[in-house]
Design a protein. Structure first.
Length: 353
DNA sequence: CAAGCGTGGTC
DNA sequence: TGACCAAGCTT
């Protein structure tokens, strides 16, 4: 195969292009393995432009492994608010604590050891090892599979997990042992800017090595099977204010959807009946004066919430698992986007009365 | 392994 | 407007 035979020329063309054209990103100004780790976790399934401000704030607030290890989980979650996939940061802090306590605050330099840290999978392990330490390890993400499937005309379905090892083996063969950091980042940069789903082949620095370009098959690669369409769940959210002007919230479980985030009382798949009766049944609470707030859809990765929200008043006590919070306290709690939207609607209504 | 897990951008 | 996407990991 042409690319394999001209490996040196390919590596050189790719890395020269990367060093010339790479975007100036905050995490490319350091090789601090902790900062690389933070950036890689944030970048999982998340766009660069979204990550940048979160990254800047996060490392300012938690500048070292020790700072993050010792931080309160609620403060850590607050820094992640709005970024999504909230278990990432819970796992990150757990992994950082492992490094501090078990590795004398030195992030391990072997795939075997680093992969055992919470939240560090095959990609993140290879990314930290190669970018922070210059170790020639594969870091195969969606970009890499797309780029390699085109370069080498690999037509295995990239949606099937067991096929990823094909790409990991390809990368281990092609990777530049002298500069694995630039090589891995170059492949990803190429996938993010040139070898996109709709590729810009005329701008590609390695098109002469590309099997798909030669055969005009760049639009049909990679092969990726479709996923199932998601369900829509009707959700009723009730914002409950007591006579002291405080708000009723609870923290979601530590695992699962919106892990550890705070929310107003909610009912999924609720029956069509009055809010007062529903709150009595579900939470044993007496509420009055229901006022409609917002009606909107919130789309998650695998399901949609069709959210109806109301504002009510109560003179009751907080039910099991709930607490009343002042307005300032509610602001400080980590909340996911649908809760934030409803909270903003409440504030609007307060302002106009 | 398949399914669960957020959010915002793009075409 | 809806499908698809974006530097994946866990169970």
């Amino acid at each position: 195969m042409q690319l394999i035979e001209q490996k040196r020329e390919f590596q050189s063309a790719l890395i020269q292009w990367y060093l010339r054209e790479k975007r100036d990103l905050p995490w490319r100004r350091t090789t601090n393995p902790y900062y690389i780790w933070v950036s890689e976790v944030m970048l999982q399934q998340t766009r660069v432009d979204t990550v940048i401000p979160y990254y800047e704030r996060f490392i300012k607030k938690f500048p070292t492994l020790a700072h993050l290890a010792e931080a309160d989980e609620a403060d850590v979650l607050k820094m992640w608010e709005g970024l999504g996939y909230y278990s990432r940061v819970r796992n990150l802090q757990a992994g950082v604590k492992e490094v501090v306590t078990q590795y004398n605050s030195q992030i391990p330099k072997t795939r075997k050891e680093i992969s055992q840290l919470k939240g560090v999978g095959p990609y993140t392990a290879g990314a930290v090892l190669s970018i922070a330490y210059g170790i020639p390890e594969h870091a195969v993400d969606g970009n890499v599979m797309r780029v390699m499937s085109r370069l080498l005309l690999i037509d295995e379905d990239i949606a099937i997990p067991r096929n990823k090892k094909i790409f990991e083996e390809v990368v281990m063969h092609l990777i530049d042992k002298e500069d694995p950091s630039s090589f891995n980042q170059a492949v990803m940069e190429l996938g993010a800017t040139i070898c996109t789903p709709n590729p810009k082949c005329l701008l590609c620095p390695v098109r002469e090595f590309c099997g798909a370009f030669h055969e005009g098959r760049q639009q049909e690669l990679p092969i990726k099977s479709k996923k199932v369409k998601m369900k829509t769940i009707p959700v009723l959210m009730v914002v409950i204010r007591n006579l002291d002007g405080k708000w009723l919230l609870r923290q979601r479980p530590a695992t699962g959807l919106l892990a550890n985030m705070w929310e107003f009382p909610l009912v999924e798949n609720y029956p069509s009946q009055a809010i007062e009766q529903l709150m009595q049944q579900q939470y044993k609470m007496q509420v009055e004066q229901p006022t409609p707030l917002l009606h909107f859809k919130h789309i998650f990765s695998h399901l949609t919430w069709d959210i109806t929200s109301h504002l009510v008043v109560t003179d009751d006590v907080a039910p099991e698992g709930f607490q009343f919070f002042s307005t300032e306290e509610v602001e400080a709690l980590p909340k996911a986007v649908p809760v934030i939207k409803i909270w903003q609607a409440v504030n609007e209504k307060e302002k106009n009365s």
